[in-house]
Design a protein around this ligand. Structure first.
Ligand code: SF4
Length: 395
């Protein structure tokens, strides 16, 4: 195991007098960089399988049952440091620290909305921040989690789309968001978390393996033991990966952010549609449905004067004929400098009524957490500790 020798130069800082670096923000940078370097050189313990963990303990002359204890700490008790594993001896915890890293996400700040929605900023081991939201309603407690730091797609109505994609989250970091929000649901409202949506920052299907692994751990009996039917992954529409979900015969729900059922309009607000056209998506969704038997949810934000006419509803109804589906009409939450505003109540009702006249199941999702920028499409790392890099074309 190489020994790490820390120097300001290795952290990307210019060498200077020690007093110069002893201000709070430099010290924080140094500690975070040091933690990131350490975490990067040791294997992430959450990447180990059960068998690998057992072998590790046997090779180090420890009792094999220790692996079960550590597994339980990681995936059932949601431990985010080795020191929390209090039924292990200090020597065993030191052994783990010597060989492994546990790069966990931790709660940095939280804001509570007037409607009781809670927006969380999670700090990652390298100092990056992502956001996750607890959305309480009468019938459910939903966690909305992020899958990437920033996003490589550029949907024009979305605040996250203005941030550069810095990296994918690993499965443990996604799992941490769920376990922290799950705890929060009990502590704040005394109601267990019931649903999870992958609709936070990032495109989940562009971080496919980690998203699937996180869901495996959330749904496993020796994990959080939640039902896959209570989990929805929402995509902007990556046809190839939708087919992959079909091949993997996943048991969770799939939502497609549609927002327009003709290519010209959809490409204007979602550039990903230029390479993943509606026809390509239709083929992928048919494939997904044939493999999984799971009904698709289409998300449709109504923008005033853009996609809120009956002609738009007719196109959407026609599109709905391809695969068994339902439609969630989502109230738009304006973001800074947005060209869009939300559709009026009458238009929204007329749109819904038209779809229902075509026997389509429709729900209207009103926005939650608007006063704290926690609503759909508003997550943009306004947290003061966040590293925010705007995409060049938007600066
Ligand atoms: S809507 Fe989703 S995919 Fe589109 S920019 Fe925002 S986070 Fe990325």
């Amino acid at each position: 195991m190489p020994r790490l020798i820390f120097s300001p130069a290795s952290a990307g800082l210019s060498p200077c007098h020690p007093c110069d670096i002893l201000n709070r923000s430099d010290l924080t940078t140094i500690l975070l960089t040091f933690a990131a370097v350490k975490a990067a050189t040791k294997k992430n313990i959450r990447d180990l399988s059960k068998e690998e963990m057992k072998s590790f303990f046997v090779e180090n002359n420890e009792k094999p049952f220790r692996s079960g204890q550590v597994w339980e700490w990681l995936w059932q008790k949601s431990a985010r440091s080795f020191d929390e594993m209090t039924n292990l001896s200090k020597a065993t915890r030191e052994l783990l620290k010597e060989h492994f890293a546990l790069p966990a996400a931790s709660l940095d700040t939280k804001q509570v909305s007037r409607d009781h929605t809670i927006k969380n900023a999670f700090k990652l081991y390298d100092g990056n921040i992502v956001e996750g939201v607890l959305i309480p309603t009468d019938s459910r407690m939903t966690a909305c989690v992020s899958s990437q730091v920033g996003c490589s797609l550029t949907c024009s109505f979305c605040a996250t789309g203005r941030l550069e994609r810095l990296r994918n989250l690993d499965a443990g970091e996604i799992f941490d968001q769920v376990s922290i929000i799950r705890q929060q649901s009990l502590e704040h409202y005394d109601i267990p978390l019931s649903n999870i949506v992958y609709m936070g920052m990032g495109e989940p299907l562009l971080n496919y393996q980690n998203v699937l692994k996180s869901i495996e751990r959330i749904t496993a009996e020796d994990g959080l033991n939640m039902s896959p039917q209570r989990i929805t992954v929402s995509t902007a529409g990556i046809a190839k990966m939708i087919k992959q979900l079909g091949d993997d015969e996943v048991r969770f729900n799939l939502a497609l952010s549609l927002h327009a059922a003709n290519d010209e309009k959809r490409s204007r607000i979602m550039p990903i549609n230029e390479t993943n056209t509606l026809e390509t998506l239709t083929e992928a969704l048919k494939y997904f449905y044939a493999k999984t038997g799971t009904r698709i949810t289409y998300e449709y934000i109504l923008f005033k004067g853009f996609n809120d006419e009956i002609a738009d509803a007719r196109e959407l109804a026609d599109y709905c004929r391809h695969v068994p589906c339902k439609v969630n009409i989502i109230e738009y939450n304006p973001i800074d400098d947005s060209e869009f505003t939300k559709a009026g109540k009458e238009k929204t009702e007329a749109f819904k009524n038209f779809l229902e006249s075509r026997h389509i199941i429709v729900n209207i999702r009103s926005s939650r957490g608007k006063d704290i920028d926690a609503a759909c499409g508003q997550l943009a790392n306004k947290n003061e500790h966040a590293v925010v890099k705007l995409k060049k074309q938007i600066i």
